[in-house]
Ligand binder design. Structure first.
Ligand SMILES: NC(=O)c1ccc[n+]([C@@H]2O[C@H](COP(=O)([O-])OP(=O)(O)OC[C@H]3O[C@@H](n4cnc5c(N)ncnc54)[C@H](O)[C@@H]3O)[C@@H](O)[C@H]2O)c1
Length: 268
């Protein structure tokens, strides 16, 4: 039996850690050749090596998603190596936390640059390549873009994260605008909105939020769990499973969606 992503070529940004790492492993397990990209090449390389040790096919590439030139170099390298790009996952993201009135212009620029502008720059490069590819005979599709947005991309009530919220609402909006414009050319664009995912990003946020609220990190984690009807922290694998669905033929007729994967923490 062939695997869901057999012979596909995927590029995943920010794949050296957390959610991106899980997506890279899940895609490789499903038969995809995976370009594991990250700002930190050592982290990307360690994920690519893990994939190769398990019998998968992967390469590690340094990519800062805020740099248009690096996005292009990565796309060119992947096409040179594997001939095409079928799936591009915009996962790289950052956060900082503070009361709204304490947020700096630097907080705003950092979050907007990586989360929103990075998604824009990478998507342009990916789409330009996909448009050169012949549509799949069966689905009529040339490629799929998957954006990792956030529950904070739909629910503005996220304390200490006003700038991050703005950047993730931008990703949800961009997902819809791109999906509408690119559907006729055979490119689907969807997003995932995770909730409270236990990753290194969350560990940093727990420490910051504990300080801002004057409570313990364990109290903050409990707040997250209490806000989640399914009663536990989300795992990176919870997100990767839905990314795999969005990358696979099972989702060929879905575009412009931002799918909540949050244990019920936010419903719309
Ligand atoms: N952890 C959560 O609770 C949560 C919830 C909702 C959405 N998200 C989103 O999921 C995505 C992954 O987050 P995570 O929790 O795995 O975080 P993480 O910090 O564990 O991993 C993020 C990765 O992105 C990389 N990165 C940072 N800046 C980059 C840049 N300019 N270019 C390329 N790579 C860069 C980092 O090196 C790191 O490897 C982010 O977009 C985040 O906003 C996370």
């Amino acid at each position: 039996m062939s695997k869901e992503l057999q012979l596909k070529v995927s590029v995943i940004t920010g794949a050296g850690s957390g959610i991106g790492k899980s997506i890279a492993k899940a895609f490789a397990e499903a038969g995809s050749r995976v370009a594991v990209t990250d700002l930190n090449w050592e982290w990307a390389n360690s994920v690519a090596n893990e994939i190769k040790r398990s019998g998968g096919e992967a390469i590690a590439l340094k990519l800062d998603v805020t740099r248009q030139d690096e996005c292009q170099i990565v796309a060119d390298f992947v096409v040179e190596r594997w001939g095409r790009i079928d799936i591009w996952v915009n996962n790289a993201g950052v956060s900082t936390m503070n009361h709204f009135i304490e947020l700096t212009e630097q907080d705003w620029d950092f979050n907007m640059n990586v989360n929103a502008k990075g998604t824009f720059l990478c998507s342009q490069v990916a789409v330009r390549q996909m448009l050169k590819q012949k549509p799949d005979m069966k689905s009529g599709l040339r490629g799929k873009i998957i954006n990792i947005a956030s529950m904070a991309g739909k629910r503005g009530n996220a304390p200490f994260l006003a700038h991050y919220v703005a950047s993730k609402f931008a990703v949800v909006g961009l997902t819809q605008a791109m999906a509408g414009e690119l559907a006729k050319q055979g490119i689907t664009v969807n997003a995932i909105c995770p909730g409270y995912v236990a990753t290194p990003m969350q560990e940093r946020e727990v420490e910051w939020e504990a300080n801002l609220r004057g409570v313990s990190p364990q109290d903050v984690r409990q707040l997250y769990i209490n806000d989640t009807p399914l009663g536990r922290l989300e795992t990176a694998e919870d997100v990767a499973a839905v990314a795999l669905f969005l990358a696979s033929p099972a989702s060929d007729f879905i575009t412009g969606e931002s799918i909540n994967v949050n244990g019920g923490a936010f419903m719309d």
